[in-house]
Design a binder for this molecule. Sequence first.
Ligand code: NAD
Length: 291
Amino acid sequence: MPGRLQNKVALVTGAGSGIGLESSILFASEGANVLLVDINLNNAQKGAAIIAERYPNVKALATKADVGKEVDVKAAVEKAVKEFGRLDVMVKKILHLLCISLFVDSNFPSQFNNAGIMHPEDDNALNTEERIWDLTMQINLKGVWWGCKYAITAMRENPTDESKGLHVGGSIINTASFVALMGAATPQLAYTASKGGVLAMTRELAIVHAREGIRINSLCPGPLKTPLLMDFLNTEEKRQRRLVHLPMGRFGEAVELAKAALFLASDESSYVTGADFTVDGGLSSAYVTPV
Ligand code: NAD
């Protein structure tokens, strides 16, 4: 059985931990060649090593990039195209010459702009310092903008699917958050504003690029059992303050978000664009939760 991302290329940021790591592994298990991008190269390399051991038929590479720096994001996308994309195009050209239209997948079909930070000094309007606000926006919002900018540039270079007469675009997934949908009395103002920006920006980009075959969706996770949140909720009291509001009575797992990202990355979501794809255990639908 071919995988859902067979012969495709995926770039994942924040791939050294949590959602990004689980998504990289899951994408590889479905046949994708994956570029794992993280500011922490060591962790990204560990992820690539896991993939190499479990799925020897696909390629996984790790690269260091700070998504808060445009030059790094550009270099990461160019590396994905150089390492995986061009080769696929050449394979396609040879097959095309042989009149075999087996590979109609795009050479660079999915990019998961997932890296983000939640700064411990992020607070309410009065206490949040400008440097914390700026750093959060730089990584969480500008980083996603640059991810989209260079993914769109690369996806425009994709070939035309001769059988359909359509330009093959790709799928871009931007990680937002449930805090972009609902307010919390435990403020992290810069983080919340950055994620609201991701949501609004993603919708607009989805509409602008819809006719190029480039689908762009937001993923809105609920609170998860990953280092990002668990390092922050470092006491039982802090965890309980959140858990009481979660209808399922538990935090989500990174792999539960990876499965949603896989759907958005694959052709199974071919008519989904501009969505605020929420995976939050019912949190944003809840008023009074079960006891
Ligand atoms: P995580 O901390 O487990 O992983 C985040 C990864 O991003 C880390 O490997 C880290 O090194 C990397 N990273 C941080 N800054 C970076 C930078 N400037 N450049 C490149 N890589 C960088 O976190 P996670 O829970 O997997 O979070 C992933 C995304 O999901 C984030 O955007 C986060 O805001 C969002 N999110 C998380 C939760 C949650 O509860 N964990 C909820 C909603 C949204």
